[in-house]
Design a protein around this ligand. Structure first.
Ligand SMILES: *[C@@H]1O[C@H](CO)[C@@H](O)[C@H](O)[C@H]1NC(C)=O
Ligand SMILES: *[C@@H]1O[C@H](CO)[C@@H](O)[C@H](O)[C@H]1NC(C)=O
Ligand SMILES: *[C@@H]1O[C@H](CO)[C@@H](O)[C@H](O)[C@H]1NC(C)=O
Ligand SMILES: *[C@@H]1O[C@H](CO)[C@@H](O)[C@H](O)[C@H]1NC(C)=O
Ligand SMILES: *[C@@H]1O[C@H](CO)[C@@H](O)[C@H](O)[C@H]1NC(C)=O
Ligand SMILES: *[C@@H]1O[C@H](CO)[C@@H](O)[C@H](O)[C@H]1NC(C)=O
Length: 454
């Protein structure tokens, strides 16, 4: 609902401010109708003034920026809303689990004869384990309150704009701008707080499309924030040069509205990533990483990843020249690979996105050949133990503490052959290529949100 009110707001902003500058109906924007349909969506009919009308005024540039800001906020709110919704879902599940355990415990203590002392103690221990969750759950609730406050603010802004429309020109433009700025700042800090956590679940696989060969790779831009909806698809795992670019996910699903990019150098593997409008990929039969900029259709930089094995020497368990896996998370750009000195164990390097220089490297100690795939969330590398049926997320390496842990996070591998798995921090989903199917998974991150300083 807030999304549509913000969209509505955008239209209103364009209409009212421009009209304030050009009150003549011939020159200004005009709203013919604004109503809500059955779904609560706002329907506006707006007639824009001739293109150059607004451009004449020096304030028009400011106005355009303002509009863009509102648009950005709308997008951020959309993402936030989805995240919060999912996190709350998780909290609710945990809460109900707690209630179940608690209920069992009550039954047991009411009727102690129904339990032997050992299982009673087990149950008690379980509850004790769950107790630290309580304050965390409280934090989630705080977080949800924060979102609704933001929503209220957007709604308030919308009301102010409505008032301006009624009382044309009476409102101070500068004050309006300040309000939008404030809103944006709050939203950013809110997004930051929602940022990171530990992976606890991979669920809801959705098959977006079944197309292309058995192995391949597909993705959207991983940069936060980004308003880019394009989807890229790269079929096959070696010697390919053709990247298909779809306008939206919907176009990708339908196989329509795409353009083709022909890369100057062929690729190896499926570990490509799109980050901030550029494709980063491993050049065929080399350990060179290429940064290809889509808009200018040019290679901005290429650099050898020193010591990295290539040419199917150290692939993941499925093979396919998957020696070098590039990825991005909330914290930046990464390369996952191995070297001969590391004896084939997975190495993680943080890369500088402009120069592709290695900033820091971690040795995880986990054999790459025993890994199905890997992906990075919040500076933690998660590794699956197979590409086949029964695969699970088996190992986690925390770069913040240089420590690891064995994990047991199941996921449904419904087409039984995963040749690509990458996290998108912006959408908080996993992109996978599974036996010619393009599948998305939701992830649940367990996060403690720091609300101090609010
Ligand atoms: C809106 O977001 C885009 C992409 O993140 C950014 O480049 C642009 O500067 C933002 N615009 C404003 C006015 O904040
Ligand atoms: C929205 O407006 C109402 C009434 O003017 C005010 O009480 C409330 O504090 C405002 N909310 C925000 C988040 O600014
Ligand atoms: C390290 O990162 C993980 C999430 O990836 C987080 O849960 C953990 O608290 C962090 N540890 C420290 C010491 O910051
Ligand atoms: C993203 O790309 C733009 C140019 O397209 C550049 O100005 C900006 O610094 C880049 N941001 C990051 C975080 O790499
Ligand atoms: C890559 O591997 C292929 C097949 O094993 C081999 O023929 C080729 O010479 C290798 N190329 C390089 C550059 O190592
Ligand atoms: C993820 O979760 C959201 C909310 O529960 C749901 O709408 C969506 O369909 C799920 N799946 C994906 C792949 O986003």
């Amino acid at each position: 609902m807030h999304l549509f009110s913000a969209m509505f707001l955008l239209v209103m902003l364009a209409a009212t401010l421009c009209e304030a500058l050009y009150p003549s109906p011939e020159e200004g924007w005009q709203i013919y109708s604004s109503a809500q349909d059955a779904d609560g969506k706002c329907i506006c009919t707006v007639v824009a003034p001739a293109q150059n009308m607004c451009n004449r005024d020096p304030r028009s540039r400011q106005l355009r920026q303002l509009m863009e800001k509102v648009q950005n906020i709308t997008q951020s709110m959309e993402v936030l809303d989805l995240r919060t919704y999912r996190d709350l879902q998780y909290v609710r599940n945990t809460e109900s689990l707690m209630k179940t355990v608690d209920g069992k415990l009550k039954t047991a203590s009411d009727n102690p004869r129904s339990l032997n002392p050992k299982s009673f103690q087990e149950l008690k221990d379980k509850v004790t384990q769950l107790l630290p969750l309580l304050p965390v759950l409280e934090q989630y609730k705080t977080d949800a309150r924060q979102i609704s406050r933001l929503r209220e603010e957007v709604r308030n802004l919308s009301q102010v704009l409505t008032a301006i429309q009624e009382e044309m020109g009476a409102y101070d433009y500068e004050e309006l701008r300040q309000r939008v700025l404030l809103l944006e700042t709050r939203l950013h800090s809110c997004m930051q707080k929602l940022g990171c956590g530990r992976l606890t679940g991979v669920s809801n696989p959705i098959t977006i499309r079944a197309s292309g060969s058995r192995f391949g790779s597909w993705m959207t831009d991983t940069m936060i924030p980004s308003s880019d909806n394009r989807v890229w698809s790269m079929d096959g795992y070696y010697k390919g040069r053709r990247v298909l670019e779809y306008r939206t996910l919907n176009d990708f699903t339908k196989g329509q509205n795409f353009v083709q990019h022909l890369l100057p150098h062929p690729w190896a593997g499926t570990g490509h990533v799109v980050y901030n409008g550029s494709l980063y990929y491993n050049k065929y039969q080399s350990n060179i990483i290429v940064k290809f900029h889509f808009r200018s259709r040019s290679v901005l930089v290429q650099r050898s990843l020193s010591g990295a094995g290539y040419n199917n020497t150290f692939p993941y368990s499925w093979g396919g020249s998957s020696d070098i896996d590039l990825m991005a998370d909330e914290t930046g750009l990464w390369a996952v690979y191995t070297t001969i000195p590391n004896a084939g164990n997975i190495v993680i390097s943080r890369l500088e996105p402009q120069s592709l220089e290695v900033l820091q490297t971690w040795d995880t100690g986990f054999p790459k050949r025993s890994a199905g795939e890997s992906f990075m969330i919040c500076g933690t590398l998660y590794v699956t133990n197979s590409h086949l049926a029964g695969a699970k997320i088996y190992f986690a390496y925390y770069t913040n503490t240089s420590t690891y842990e064995y994990t047991d996070i199941p996921f449904h591998n419904q087409y039984s052959h995963i040749s690509m798995m990458d996290y998108n921090p912006r959408e908080r989903v996993l992109y996978t290529w599974n036996n010619g199917h393009q599948v998305l998974y939701n992830v649940t991150l367990f996060q403690v949100i720091n609300t101090a300083g609010d």
